[in-house]
Design a protein around this ligand. Structure first.
Ligand code: ZN
Length: 281
């Protein structure tokens, strides 16, 4: 029982062409013309693989292959097919294409599984357009509200709901939700987002945990002053304080050890002028 590299390659390369930034990576935001092209391709591949295709109430594409056990929960395989801005060709699509390939191999070997298999192509996972993200997967577990569809807006003020309707999807959260116990297992192949496998020359690994994210915004308030005329002992330099805090954060995280990470990734220095002591950061 072997996967066919040529099929996998063709799918990944074809999906990579549905981008709004040709020659600068894959940019496929939810409910855009690129999304539409990708969806058509995905549906076509699902149908060609003998899957029964449906689109749920938030636009997730689901292809189903029946099993032998009546009323059995599903084995769900897949990933997202939206992207970040200028993203890589494998992010998300690798998992979706791998799921399709699993079905193709089962078909070619004439294997019927006990449990039904559903290949899912999830949308708005990255959260680039509406800043929320994981829309399909959260809808599946019933964690999206009608309010969110109305109030989450993109840069142009278009809400998720409006974008969906214009795209031809009738929002229906109730319909998108799976009842508890309806999913037996979910498996997703995903390109590694960190450098660990590559550094260890490993081809594949199993994710045991993922990072739980907390973001903090900190205001350091000092006193702005002329850099040439304010002596060192009379300064309250906000950037100096921020620098010490950044170094301290790094020390604390390293002492904590394990897989804990900590990052300061953004600074806004006021007034951000070479000859003025920073007043606030
Ligand atoms: Zn991804």
């Amino acid at each position: 029982m072997r996967a066919k590299l040529s099929r996998i390659k063709k799918d990944i390369e074809t999906l990579a062409t549905y981008t709004s930034t040709p020659s600068s990576g894959v940019t496929r935001l939810p409910f855009t013309p690129e999304d539409k092209k990708a969806r058509e391709y995905i549906k076509e591949q699902m149908i060609n693989s003998g899957l029964k295709v449906r689109v749920d109430g938030v636009g997730t594409i689901i292809g189903r292959r029946e099993g032998t056990k009546p009323n059995a929960p599903v084995i769900m395989l897949g990933s997202h097919y939206d992207s970040v801005k200028n993203g890589g060709a494998f992010d998300g699509t690798a998992g979706l294409v791998a799921a399709l390939e699993v079905v193709r191999v089962l078909n070619s070997e004439d294997i019927t599984t006990k449990y039904p298999i559903e290949v899912v192509a999830m949308n708005d996972e990255e959260g680039v357009r509406f800043k929320g993200g994981m829309l399909s997967s959260r809808a599946i577990i019933g964690e999206v509200t009608d309010e969110e569809l109305d109030t989450s807006i993109d840069e142009d003020g278009i809400s998720i709901k409006q974008a969906m309707v214009e795209f031809g999807i009738k929002p229906n959260l109730h319909e998108a939700k799976y009842q508890k116990g309806a999913i037996k297992a979910f498996m997703e192949l995903h390109i590694e987002q960190g450098p660990i496998l590559e550094a260890n020359k490993k081809e594949i690994g199993i994710v045991k945990s993922i990072v739980g994210l907390s973001t903090y915004k900190v205001n350091m308030v000092g006193r702005a002053g002329h850099a040439g005329t304010t002596p060192m002992d009379l300064r309250v330099d906000a950037l100096l304080a921020a620098s010490k805090a950044i170094i301290e954060l790094n020390t604390i995280v390293k002492e904590t050890g394990g897989d804990t990470v900590g990052t300061v990734g953004e600074l806004q220095v006021q007034p951000s002028v070479a000859n003025v002591i920073p007043g606030t950061v």
